[in-house]
Design a protein around this ligand. Structure first.
Ligand SMILES: Nc1ncnc2c1ncn2[C@@H]1O[C@H](COP(=O)(O)OP(=O)(O)OP(=O)(O)O)[C@@H](O)[C@H]1O
Length: 316
């Protein structure tokens, strides 16, 4: 269930690596219980550093972090035991059989063994048949699922997935999305990092855009798309025009393709582009201008992302 109850609160989180690189710059971020939050940013934006800070792998330079209301600086143990981390790559356990490695991960958090629970996790990730195989002998996609199983072994309430589908094929990516969806159904809050816009668009309830260690924007995905999205319509005319008729003067349109098409670009931030295109077609008919086709396109999260990053570079 999605609620406004915060599960993670970051305030003024800053990380300056030795050598002076500021990987996180005064990050404020609140994650709500039960949501899937996508942290979207280009390479080197600070995504892994942010996850590392919450999971205790990176020591922040300043700022506060609260998880489930526990201050990470003072109540580290209570908080960490409820967090799971799926890192980008498997670094240990390669020689271990799958089931043993996953059970071991549970034990690391001081939990008693629970073979039924481990079986359930392995089955849900389609790894049960492979439970006695060494991890090194598995395919790349299965190794990724082992990473998830290990992160779920101690039944965390908050799960970080760092680039869960980097470098995997489309089929595996979709499989991974289904797995993430199942976790949400179980009530796990998921924070995933990605530089695949498609992934954020498909999976997330909310999206945060990060670049150069700064959060540029956080919003509900749908709100972000209607607030920042725009509509483009390409109207092919039956006969070319020399100039735009005065009757269309109040629409955001231009004559293109040597007078053979009228292009509409509008609805910015209002979500009303489609309605305006419909009004435009009526105005065309009223003005006696015949057209042979209309191609309408709503902007995607990708367009928004590119625009925001472009503006950020301009401001820098
Ligand atoms: N241990 C480190 N020492 C010094 N600089 C580091 C260290 N780790 C990361 N950085 C730098 O901090 C910045 C942020 O890196 P980070 O790995 O957090 O980005 P990212 O958004 O996860 O990138 P990617 O998508 O490539 O994984 C980068 O410029 C990186 O080179």
């Amino acid at each position: 269930m999605l609620s406004s109850d915060p599960i993670l609160e970051l305030e003024g989180l800053t990380k300056v690596y030795p050598g002076g690189l500021k990987a996180l710059d005064n990050v404020d971020l609140t994650i709500r219980r039960g949501e899937i939050f996508a942290l979207l940013g280009p390479n080197g934006a600070g995504k892994t550093t942010l996850i590392g800070a919450v999971c205790g792998l990176v020591r922040p330079t300043s700022g506060t972090m609260r998880v489930f209301g526990h201050d990470l600086a003072t109540e580290w143990r209570q908080a960490r035991s409820r967090i799971g981390l799926v890192p980008q790559e498997l670094s240990t356990d390669m020689f271990e059989p799958v089931k043993r490695a996953v059970a071991y991960s549970r034990g690391l958090f001081g939990l008693p063994p629970n073979p039924e629970r481990i079986e359930e996790i392995l089955r849900s990730l389609s790894l049960w048949e492979k439970r006695d195989e060494r991890i090194m002998a598995l395919s790349g996609g299965m190794k990724r699922r082992v990473l998830i199983a290990k992160a779920l072994a101690h039944e965390p309430d908050l799960l970080f997935l760092d680039e869960p589908t980097a470098g995997v094929d489309v089929e595996l990516r979709k499989g991974m999305w289904r797995i993430i969806d199942q976790m949400r159904e179980r009530g796990v809050t998921v924070i995933l990092t990605t530089h695949y816009i498609e992934e954020a668009e498909e999976m997330a309830d909310r999206v945060g855009i990060i670049s150069g260690g700064r959060i540029l924007m956080v919003d509900e995905k749908d709100a972000m798309m209607s607030r920042l999205g725009r509509t483009e319509a390409h109207i092919t005319l039956a006969k070319p025009l020399d100039a735009l008729p005065a009757a269309l003067g109040h629409f955001p349109v231009e004559l293109e393709d040597g007078g053979n098409a009228i292009c509409y670009r509008g609805g910015d931030g209002t979500g009303k582009g489609k309605e305006e295109v419909a009004a435009l077609t009526k105005a065309l008919i009223a003005a006696g201008i015949d057209y042979s086709g209309i191609d309408t396109r709503e902007s995607s999260l990708e367009d928004i992302f590119v625009t925001l990053l472009g503006e950020d570079e301009d401001a820098a």
